[in-house]
Design a protein around this ligand. Sequence first.
Ligand code: NAD
Length: 448
Amino acid sequence: VWGMDNHHYKLAVAGTGYVGLVAGVCFAEMGHQVTCVDIDEQKVAQMRQGISPIYEAGLQQLMQKNYDEGRIQYTTDYQSAYKDADAIFIGVGTPEKPDGSANLTHIATVARQIAESIENDCLVVVKSTVPVGTNDKVEQFIQDFLVRDVKVEVASNPEFLAQGSAVHDTLYAERIIIGTESEWARALLTSIYEPFDLPIVSVNRRSAEMIKYASNDFLALKISYMNDIANLCELVGADISDVARGMSYDPRIGSKFLNAGIGFGGSCFPKDTKALAYLAGQNGYELRTVRAAIDVNDAQKTMLYKKASERHITLNGLKIAVLGLTFKPGTDDLREAASLVNVPLLLEQGANVVAYDPVGMDNFAKLYPAGAHGNGTMTYASSSKEALDGANVCFIFTEWDEFRALSPAIFTEKMWTPLLYDGRNLFDIADMRKAGVEYHSIGRQPVQ
Ligand code: NAD
């Protein structure tokens, strides 16, 4: 028996990416009956065989468990999934348009599909990150296309999971934000989240939409601030690692997100900073802080490439080891990764790039297959050591633990010239000096 009395519901989830699939699986884990919908037939076929289409720790096991226990299914048939759902969660993508604004095409498609399909009263919950005011429009849009005489309302429930720890972040979220415009919607959504036993912050729809952007952009700003200070540290002889350590004791600053590096990437910070700046512009306001975060990040991504280009007469014909392709460790996602900016620059210069990443190589090879690219070549190695073998230069773009665990001596042993550009500050300066590595990192004095 599904219903408010036992806090177990019939739910549908539109989109099975990082957000939708993880939400669907975690709802099932909490006892709800879940149908996940995607338009991608290949993905659905894969999930039906119990295979996760994305790499996330613990996800595949939870998929299997809830499938075996009969609480989750996967389909492309949206009509049957939506028609009698108590609530439909939307987790489709909202990528950035060339002008920086959010592309809402997928949201609109799902809204229309919902309007055509639903046969019962239903709460539509937008999990995707959408500009403030979008949920009002989604509700109007659904009502405009509604086929049957049923009640439908839209709620905002932005997602805060981080890729690489998505399942954990969902089951143990710091807070659930729900944005609603009626007591019915608030009570239903609260009841759906009841089994998670997590703090719920209930606000109106527009505030909920803004909480998501304000949170993401704050984090982006924190990263860009540290990178800005790091660049100054290098110029004035300070060390950003020590500076960050000193700052971290102040509880008003906090100890997290103080690592300087080669800039933020991923599917969220880059687009969410641009989308909020765009929204401000639309309203005649200039969001100067967020603009600055974007500008610093753009420059940060090629910081090490520029240093390497200045150090050598040419990169043409050099063997360049690239360690790390994904935008962060723990994920196979390449969106807005530093590698995607730097590898093309290296290939353009005629470098022979040998890349290694523990999980990101298949996705990268779809964009840059092994072989010639202009004057340069692209090769994939099966280990860090293989990538470093005979290399003239090494770049590190992702802070995978297995790179951090490399012994400094490996760079001198394996490389033709031990010349390391570390975009993630993985190594101790003193260790590198001792190992005889020429070491360039972010916000710290070079070892030459
Ligand atoms: P994604 O691109 O990984 O997945 C989107 C999925 O939706 C795809 O599988 C696609 O085939 C499917 N889809 C498209 N149209 C559809 C339709 N009409 N019906 C059913 N499925 C459809 O996206 P994602 O990374 O999960 O992000 C989704 C949203 O959540 C975005 O708005 C993003 O900003 C937000 N978000 C993402 C993260 C993150 O870490 N990835 C975190 C918080 C919020």
